[in-house]
Design a protein around this ligand. Structure first.
Ligand SMILES: [Fe+2]
Length: 288
């Protein structure tokens, strides 16, 4: 009888140790905030089967520093061998010094052509024109309801981008943001090149669907801040509310691929849970 009790006690002890180990592991995983690389693969019939373009997408830096000279994030971006780099807004924060963003631009300058659109925080700074000029000084293509045609690895591309919608009220502009977007890009309808749109806000997907863009990249959601693996892809995101439908990931619509970055922001006052900052790598390949 005594023997049985001892065995049972040992078993209970082992289970306790195991549970503690699992809880510690989950705790570490939940609050891990090192940079991760998230890969997505997109097939298109607009590119020849043996061709591909590698895109690095960065969103929501908010001026955060990854190393004294941004070497942690820039090294990781460089390792992805990007053909183009897309910056999808909120790279600058209205309440954080811009130095971190400038160091980031300096660190990634020359790796690949860089395209940028504003997010709401650049608009809220009331210095959006100065900010755009800083980006231009680093050779960045600033897109503001505009597009550019380019060729990457022999593949013709059209890269468009829009300012954050808050620019309309902050700069007292006399147009409707989404109407203006549709009007400007209407002329791309008959273009055969693969078309990419940068727009900070994922929640306007119904507007993007009305365009001829093949791929839209966004940020802004910060992954919904809190995630539970396999159960919950984001608890709350600005402008989408609780349980946001576009918290982060690759969303395939009928005519459009939509990739929402969970961003690289890190704010110790607002922890990310099961939601590490991410560098997104998109491999766009010709359909076989
Ligand atoms: Fe944002």
């Amino acid at each position: 009888m005594i023997q049985i009790n001892r065995t049972t006690k040992k078993k209970i002890q082992r289970i306790r140790v195991f549970i503690v180990f699992v809880l510690v592991f989950l705790f570490i995983m939940a609050f891990y905030h090192g940079l991760v690389v998230r890969n997505y693969y997109i097939a298109t019939n607009k590119i020849l089967p043996n061709q591909s373009v590698r895109i690095v997408l960065i969103a929501d830096l908010h001026g955060h520093l990854y190393g004294g000279k941004q070497e942690k994030i820039s090294t990781l971006i460089s390792k992805q061998n990007p053909d183009i780099i897309l910056l999808a807004g909120d790279m600058v924060d209205d309440e954080v010094p811009m130095k971190g963003t400038e160091l980031f631009l300096e660190a990634i300058q020359g790796m690949a052509p860089i395209y940028y659109v504003t997010g709401n925080h650049e608009i809220w700074s009331h210095k959006v024109d100065e900010i755009k000029n800083v980006f231009r000084q680093y050779g960045v293509h600033v897109l503001e309801h505009t597009y550019e045609k380019t060729t990457v690895r022999g593949i013709p591309l059209i890269i468009g981008g829009v300012d954050d919608p808050d620019i309309v009220s902050y700069q007292k502009l006399h147009f409707h943001w989404s109407d203006h977007l549709l009007r400007v890009f209407e002329e791309l309808k008959d273009e055969s090149a693969y078309q990419i749109l940068l727009s900070h806000r994922p929640e306007f997907i119904d507007v993007y669907k009305k365009t001829s863009f093949d791929l839209v990249v966004s940020g802004h959601s910060h992954g919904g801040q809190v995630r539970i693996p396999f159960l919950l892809n984001g608890l709350y995101a600005p402008n989408q509310g609780w349980f946001p439908p576009y918290a982060g990931g690759h969303y395939q619509h009928e005519t459009i691929d939509h990739v929402v970055s969970r961003g690289v922001s890190f704010n110790p006052r607002l922890p990310r849970i099961f939601n590490p900052p991410e560098i997104v790598v998109l491999e766009v390949t010709g359909e076989k």
